[in-house]
Design a protein around this ligand. Structure first.
Ligand SMILES: [Cu+2]
Length: 166
């Protein structure tokens, strides 16, 4: 019985996650990219802090962390960001996420037990200072989205970039 409940919980959380992901768009394909946007991350803000996209467009984001702290660029709804902040706080608690460093070997270890700790989703990158990454995202839904950093304290500090769809 307990086993059944556990499996049920795992399945429902996966389904919920998948459906909210679908709501915000999907991982884009390189051949569909029509716009490339460079976003610089500082302590604690983005430059630019307003992104214009067309509905249906596939955008490649080149992300550079120019700050002295670890930062994230995550494309989601406000509600998803707030939920994700709980996971990020857990990463800090487990000392996976330090102020200016990500303990990648610890992250791998934890991910075996708790998948959320792997922090590998197509809609986000988590970068150490001087590191860079990219996201290719297809904006094929009308969901109200924002780019945000969910490292504890950063969202509250205003590390948010508006996504304007037209
Ligand atoms: Cu940040």
């Amino acid at each position: 019985m307990f086993k059944f409940i556990f499996i049920f919980l795992v399945l429902t959380s996966k389904v919920c996650f998948a459906s909210s992901m679908k709501m915000i768009g999907e991982k884009g394909q390189i051949e569909d990219v029509t716009k490339v946007i460079t976003v610089k991350m500082f302590d604690n803000y983005y430059e630019p802090n307003e992104i214009n996209v067309k509905k249906g467009e596939t955008v490649k984001f080149l992300v550079k962390n120019m700050g002295e702290l670890v930062h994230e660029l995550n494309i989601a709804t406000k509600e998803m960001h707030l939920n994700h902040q709980i996971e990020m706080a857990k990463m800090v608690e487990h000392e996976i996420l330090l102020a200016n460093k990500i303990d990648k070997s610890k992250m791998k270890e934890m991910a075996k037990k708790d998948h959320a700790m792997a922090h590998k989703h197509a809609n986000s990158v988590l970068l150490e200072p001087n590191d860079s990454g990219e996201i290719i995202w297809k904006f094929n839904t009308s969901a109200k989205l924002e780019i945000a950093c969910n490292v504890p304290g950063h969202y509250e500090a205003g590390m948010i970039a508006k996504i304007i769809k037209n």
